[in-house]
Design a protein around this ligand. Structure first.
Ligand SMILES: Cc1cc2nc3c(=O)[nH]c(=O)nc-3n(C[C@H](O)[C@H](O)[C@H](O)COP(=O)(O)OP(=O)(O)OC[C@H]3O[C@@H](n4cnc5c(N)ncnc54)[C@H](O)[C@@H]3O)c2cc1C
Length: 637
């Protein structure tokens, strides 16, 4: 989504060191420049301190109707009567626009001091830093429900004590050395979009916590047009990266739903997945080479050859390291020429099972378009509700009526589900793909439902992220969770997890809730499933604990159905309970040994992956105890 750029971020001297690559002839040194970012150094000047996205974009209530403001998005300035009705029916509540919005705290947690560290930071480096409360607060968390709820209710006991903004690899090397020397905890911070608790400050850390904000390390370092590779610093934000490349007729094609705000370093550190992975690959397919600064030295592959057989691949040690091993500073990525054609489509299926069979067949024949996503009925209806007055539900139905009126017979609107499609490539290839996809869909009773519906589905993705804050404001807690699963367990897992959530809600007398799922990625061997869950919590004392207890049960169910701990959100702190059993004791010992070698003083003590020992853990309430299993379930091979 286009946004005004931040020129303040361009003031760094251009004398910063620039690594070179390959044959100098293929390189254009003029390219090495800081990118004007849409996100200012003082993030809170453009982004909400208390939730998701831009300050000027949000859902709000007016005369009992839900509206959306924010000119960067197509729903900007729209009233949403259907969505209002959906909320009223689902949660039996009216929009209450008189509810207060959260207020910034009047004071911030007292910082832990480490005078020798600060003295040396000021004296022997040129790294900019801040001790201001607001700079510390906005970087103490990611985007989990728990994070946002804690912010709204001023619950964070521990926030960073100092924020630093290095501008290049060498400054990171200096900072890591300093932190190691003075035993300061370092927390690499990219876009702050983590949904695993990965950047939430460990609440029991007694050392000074220094957040290393990568936003000022966002240069395009070089571009090699012969090899179609590009090197960026790790702090570049997704939309900036794509904009710069687009100007040169190129794209990386990595578009996670958070790409407006998440960074290249964050993608690598979490093993992110983008919606167009079918054409461009997931982040691990796109990375050619990556540099990570650790207290024991810099870890990187020596050359940019496309594939090497040279023992275990240490790029994969860095991918998914979740900030616990070091700071990723520079990444070499593959680029592709921009596609000449980009076309949307959509399909309707009589029920979810037919839709899954269609997805499976598309994967079997390896003919996935850039993106194909299947929504269940609940999510489909929710998507329809999110239309401005008189728009696409009517056009959707009309479209179907006009073209497929006879085929509609026998389709139950309580069962219908839909897939959205995005095709990219050259015209001929896109036409071939479209024909094949619609032919396969027909075998599973699927109907084309128009490009406009498909486009809306993708565009809405960026707006949907704003709903959670509105829901919380109104007294609904909601969040998504995801997994990946082999094909033969896909439908079973979707059904079982939804049933589990329903029964957990009933057990806890939660009457008003929503649980839905979608298949978002397909592979040869299985798929990625996304669940959305929310419930009305107006009279609940500890809604987040309750939510987490139910989510915990849902994760147990996912694992016992043969699903993974995570397809792309990562482990962080939220899923660390299951990490050891997911990778075996031997695997977790290997990770610990690696960490000990790279970071002997544990300065990257984020507490991700393997849970930290809890020194003063609070006793759990009944809601949490009800479902917190001690032995994580395991699926058979
Ligand atoms: C609305 C929404 C939609 C999302 N959609 C997707 C999606 O489609 N696909 C997907 O994969 N994820 C998605 N996510 C999750 C999140 O955006 C990703 O995990 C993303 O990769 C995080 O990047 P970030 O720059 O925000 O990292 P942060 O949140 O800042 O950090 C995440 C982790 O990476 C570490 N880290 C960050 N930068 C560095 C660095 N330079 N060196 C070392 N460690 C570092 C941090 O320490 C932390 O452990 C979504 C999240 C939200 C809120």
């Amino acid at each position: 989504m286009a946004a005004k750029r931040n020129s303040a971020a361009t003031d760094a001297p251009e004398t910063l060191p620039v690594p070179t690559e390959g044959t100098a002839l293929a390189l254009d040194p003029r390219l090495s420049k800081r990118v004007e970012s849409v996100i200012p150094k003082k993030r809170h000047e453009a982004l909400k301190w208390f939730g998701w996205g831009y300050n000027d974009s949000q859902f709000y209530g007016q005369d009992g109707i839900i509206c959306f403001r924010g000119e960067k998005y197509p729903l900007g300035g729209c009233e949403l009567p259907s969505f209002t009705k959906w909320v009223e029916d689902k949660f039996e509540m009216k929009v209450d626009q008189t509810k207060p919005f959260p207020q910034l705290p009047k004071s911030y947690p007292r910082p832990v001091d480490n005078a020798p560290f600060l003295r040396e930071l000021k004296g022997s480096t040129k790294v900019d830093f801040s001790l201001e409360g607001i700079d510390r607060l906005v970087r103490c968390h990611g985007q989990t429900l728990n994070d946002i709820y804690s912010l709204w209710h001023h619950k964070f006991r521990r926030i960073p004590d100092v924020v630093v903004w290095p501008r290049c690899h060498d400054e990171v090397v200096q900072l890591v050395r300093l932190a190691h020397k003075h035993n300061v905890m370092l927390l690499p911070y990219g876009g702050g979009t983590s949904v695993s608790g990965a950047i939430t400050c460990p609440q029991n850390e007694r050392r000074m916590i220094c957040v290393l904000d990568t936003s000022q390390m966002n240069r395009l370092l070089w571009l090699n047009k012969d090899n179609l590779t590009v090197c960026f610093e790790s702090g570049i934000v997704g939309q900036d990266l794509e904009r710069v490349l687009r100007e040169k007729g190129l794209t990386v094609g990595h578009e996670p739903d958070s790409y407006e705000f998440s960074t290249l370093g964050g993608w690598v550190a979490t093993r992110a997945s983008g919606m167009k992975k079918n054409v461009y690959g997931n982040i691990e397919d796109l990375v050619v080479r990556v540099r990570m600064v650790t207290p024991s030295g810099t870890l990187e592959r020596e050359c940019s050859a496309p594939r090497v057989s040279c023992g275990p691949d240490f790029n994969h040690m860095i991918l998914g390291s979740e900030g616990t091993l070091g700071v990723i500073t520079e990444v070499v990525l593959k680029v592709r020429p921009l596609p000449s054609v980009r076309r949307y489509g959509s399909l309707a299926f009589p029920n979810f099972e037919q839709g899954v069979l269609f997805m499976r067949e598309v994967a079997r024949r390896r003919c996935q378009p850039a993106s194909v996503r299947l929504m269940d009925n609940e999510q489909f209806m929710f998507g329809q509700a999110l239309k401005p007055e008189k728009s696409w539900w009517s056009s959707f139905v009309d479209g179907l009526k006009q073209r497929y009126v006879t085929a509609w017979k026998g389709i139950d609107l309580n069962e219908i589900c839909a897939a959205t499609l995005l095709f990219e490539g050259v015209e001929k290839e896109v036409q071939r793909q479209e024909a094949l996809i619609y032919e396969i869909a027909a075998k599973f009773k699927g109907f084309p439902a128009g490009g406009q519906n498909g486009e809306r589905g993708y565009v809405l993705t960026f707006v949907i992220a704003y709903i959670r804050d509105f829901a919380l404001w109104q007294g609904i807690v909601a969040e998504s969770f995801e997994t990946s699963v082999p094909w033969d367990r896909c439908s079973l897992l979707c059904r079982s997890v939804k049933q589990k959530v329903v029964s957990e809600c009933q057990k806890r007398s939660i009457t008003f809730y929503t649980i839905s799922c979608r298949v978002t990625q397909t592979y040869d061997a299985g798929a990625c499933i996304y669940f959305y869950f929310g419930f009305r919590c107006l009279d609940v004392a500890n809604p987040v604990e309750l939510f987490e207890a139910i989510e915990h049960s849902a994760r147990d169910e996912i694992l016992s159905c043969g699903g993974s701990l995570s397809h792309h959100h990562g482990v962080g702190k939220v899923r660390s309970h299951w990490y050891r059993s997911a990778v075996t004791d031997t695997g977790s010992a290997l990770y610990s040994a690696t960490k000990k070698h790279l970071d002997p003083k544990n300065i990257f003590a984020l507490g991700n992956l393997l849970p930290e020992e809890k020194e003063d853990a609070q006793p759990k309430t009944e809601g949490a105890l009800l479902s917190a299993s001690t032995t994580p379930p395991k699926a058979k091979l």
